[in-house]
Design a protein around this ligand. Structure first.
Ligand code: DGJ
Length: 735
């Protein structure tokens, strides 16, 4: 069992092959944090780690014990209101107006495996011995309320998942105004906070800042996890690189408003926490009711940012993504959006599908514009039946023709939205999120359906299920194109309105759960104006996500590099699109566009009927298929960052599980005249194995390729002059 409890010192030690996480019960019954980091040899008492800082005259102390102040103690799930002045992990408002609580350790349970989180996405185990779970119960007597803190530690990797739940056992209704998923007090602040921030078309850029006294915070108030900040941050030592050094990563398995922050206090302690955003949040708890927070994931790596990413990639691809698509090869797809936008006919789509089939593409995805009377973005959301002007034979007629052309068929939906110009709005004008007597804001001319109400979710389920039952559809792109505003629901009383943003997300999860369980063969791809809701919560239901609406190869280097900090490249939709690029108007070669998209979930998004030379596309698709296993299942290493130096070079690679094959790429944004010969330093190879560079007759030992590097002679780069050049290298071990 990797979870030890020593009763004499009331100490818990979660210990895996690499990691230790230790805390104990304090003299006031609360929990004190002792250690998180590289594995420690187990002992019964670690109280020496509980360094109690010198107390200043201004500190508040417990009545009756002048030596005890929470201000100087690292805590496990801190409260506010007595002697700690940092931000707490939770807050409960009581009928008499008090927010003072006293939750004390009561009991604990340790079990093999990991229990499910009802109604919420979460990491899972397949075999009990993979992980152990500790559930601690804290109790406040006066309130008659319990907090359960749940910890699961994965034995091999040391990944720890955490969540908390709040149960009101008393007869008075209380209000939970904050409930974090995790909090951990680190002993110093010599860390850089790394996070993934951006905007639409510029998602998940890597940001790094030194911690300083005070609060450094990221989060979302948009109702979706957002492109502005991903629900993730890492604390790395300043000298930590992609390949070496310590780093702690914190991720939230959630798709709505979140908050992630680090508070550095005057003793240099760093309090890291992540969970639901407490801004504009509260939750009424009546007698017997429980509130469960989303799950958070903590990863510790002593082998740099790549080590951190490897742990997240393994966890997310094998213990978060579910269903038959988890282990299946993902198809090469073509999507018609940038090819036709709203302007298509059945004949046009069939023609595109036939050409795509000739190139070896496997799945045709019909994007927005196939339903209602949707010729632009002003109408029809909510009316999920075929527009017979465009599809005279309905969805089934088209899907049958695409199937007959030899391809699978996929369809776009935006289930959470409604257009005012729609049959649905005529029938249910009150189904919007809206505040009575106030103007409703729209985004992209559309309004948000009130997914906190079961009847709305039920209705959407029925409409989408009917379409799925009526045609051979093997893929759904689930889009979501605007943030939430006027977050009010006519389905709930006044005192519950601050619950709606979270209830909305629960409604989305409910619809996803029902559709994915009832249509288990369908591959779901989530999307929110590209990558505005790329988070682990979505991955639990949809095994892949459209990474960004920005399909420009050069912009994608940064987007895909940042996204890979946390998310496996197999989960990132990456399509070759037309030039000049529709978002930034840049012109790059078809070769460069494909070589960036290979390191994602490969596909196309252009009018293939306009392509003059299909042989190039055929070669690209066949290259991808030949190397699909290593590209989708291999170990991904980031090598050179577009966020460092002048950002001119990005490189990365994948290597298969048995280290027999690697595919690597180097991208140079601008040509540098008369510059030195770059070297390519591989990672993850076997030192003493000879690898042949595909396309040449030369071979090198893994040790040479990793430590001396491969000088990129022209014969490897097949160098052409000019900007946006790429080098693609394939290594095969010589048997
Ligand atoms: C936004 C998505 O990100 C695009 O890929 C496309 O599906 C459009 N919506 C369609 O409206």
């Amino acid at each position: 069992m990797p979870i030890h409890y020593t009763s004499s010192t009331q100490t818990f030690h979660l210990q895996s092959k690499q990691v230790s996480y230790i805390f104990r019960v304090l003299q006031n019954g609360q929990l004190g944090h002792l250690y998180y980091g590289k594995k420690l040899t187990h002992r019964e008492d670690y109280s020496h780690l509980h360094r109690i800082e010198a107390r200043s005259n201004t500190a508040a102390v417990y009545e009756g014990n002048l030596d005890f102040s929470l201000e100087t103690i690292r805590q496990e799930f801190p409260s506010y209101g007595t002697t700690d002045f940092r931000e707490p992990a939770f807050q409960v408002e009581q009928p008499d107006g008090s927010r003072i609580t006293q939750f004390e350790f009561m009991d604990y349970a340790i079990s093999a495996g990991k229990p499910k989180l009802e109604g919420l996405p979460a990491v899972y185990t397949e075999k009990d011995k993979e992980a152990s779970t500790l559930i601690i119960r804290l109790h406040d007597d006066r309130l008659n309320m319990d907090i359960h803190l749940s910890y699961t530690i994965f034995e091999k990797t040391g990944v720890i998942t955490r969540s908390s739940s709040f149960t009101n056992r008393g007869s008075d209704t209380v209000k939970l105004s904050k409930g974090m998923s995790l909090s951990v007090d680190m002993p110093d602040y010599d860390y850089e906070m790394v996070h993934l921030s951006g905007a639409w078309a510029r998602e998940r850029h890597v940001k790094t800042r030194q911690l300083e006294e005070g609060i450094q915070q990221i989060g979302s108030t948009r109702g979706i996890s957002s492109a502005q900040h991903n629900p993730f941050f890492a604390l790395k030592r300043p000298h930590t690189t992609e390949h070496t050094g310590e780093v702690f990563g914190f991720s939230l398995v959630y798709s709505g408003n979140f908050k992630a922050q680090v508070e550095v206090d005057h003793f240099g302690t760093s309090r890291a926490m992540i969970g639901l955003n407490d801004f504009d949040f509260s939750w009424q708890l009546q007698e017997g009711e429980t509130f469960q927070t989303p799950e958070a994931v903590m990863v510790y790596s002593s082998s740099g940012m790549n080590g951190l990413s490897h742990a997240f990639h393994d966890l997310f691809s094998k213990r978060l993504v579910r269903g038959k698509w988890r282990d299946k090869e993902r198809p090469v797809l073509i999507n018609n959006w940038e090819g036709t936008y709203f302007n298509f006919t059945e004949d046009k789509i069939v023609e595109m599908a036939e050409q795509a089939k000739e190139c070896g593409i496997e799945l045709f995805v019909l994007d927005d514009g196939w339903f209602g009377k949707r010729d632009d973005d002003t109408t029809s959301l909510g009316d999920w039946s075929a527009d017979e002007r465009k599809l005279p034979n309905g969805v089934k007629g088209l899907a049958d023709k695409v199937k007959a052309a030899g391809m699978d068929f996929g369809l776009w939906f935006e289930p959470e939205m409604i257009s005012k110009e729609s049959e649905l709005y005529k029938a249910h004008p009150d189904w919007l999120l809206q505040a009575e007597g106030r103007r409703s804001s729209h985004g992209r001319n559309q309004f948000v359906l009130d997914f906190s109400r079961k009847e709305v979710v039920d209705h959407m389920y029925n409409q989408i299920a009917d379409v799925l039952k009526g045609a051979p559809i093997s893929y759904i792109k689930w889009d979501m194109n605007r943030p939430l505003t006027e977050i009010m629901s006519s389905g709930y009383p006044a005192e519950r309105q601050q619950e709606i943003a979270h209830r909305y997300v629960l409604g989305v999860y409910d619809l996803y759960e029902r559709l994915t369980s009832d249509f288990p063969d369908v591959l779901f791809e989530s999307c929110a104006s590209g990558g505005c809701r790329f988070d682990p919560g979505m991955l639990y239901y949809a095994p892949q996500t459209w990474t960004s609406d920005n399909t420009d190869a050069i912009e994608r280097l940064k987007i895909q590099y940042g996204t890979s900090f946390l998310y496996p490249i197999k989960t990132m939709g990456a399509h070759v699109s037309d030039v000049p690029n529709h978002q930034v108007h840049r012109i790059t070669s078809l070769e460069t566009r494909a070589r960036v998209s290979f390191f994602g979930n490969f596909g196309y998004e252009l009018d293939i009927t306009k392509e003059k030379d299909l042989s190039v596309l055929k070669d690209q698709v066949s290259f991808y298929k030949k190397h699909r296993t290593v590209l989708q299942e291999g170990r991904f290493y980031r090598l050179e960052s577009p966020f460092e130096g002048d950002g001119n070079v990005t490189s990365w690679m994948v290597v298969d599980e048995h280290q027999q094959q690697a595919v690597a790429a180097r991208y140079q944004v601008l040509e540098k005249p008369n510059s030195g010969l770059p070297r390519f330093y591989f990672k993850g190879l076997l030192e003493d194995v000879l690898y042949q560079v595909e396309g040449s007759d030369e071979s090198f030992y893994g040790s040479e390729l990793m430590h001396a590097g491969l000088p990129l002679q022209h014969k490897y780069t097949w160098k052409k002059q000019g900007d946006y050049q790429t080098t693609l290298l394939v290594l095969n071990a010589i048997k």
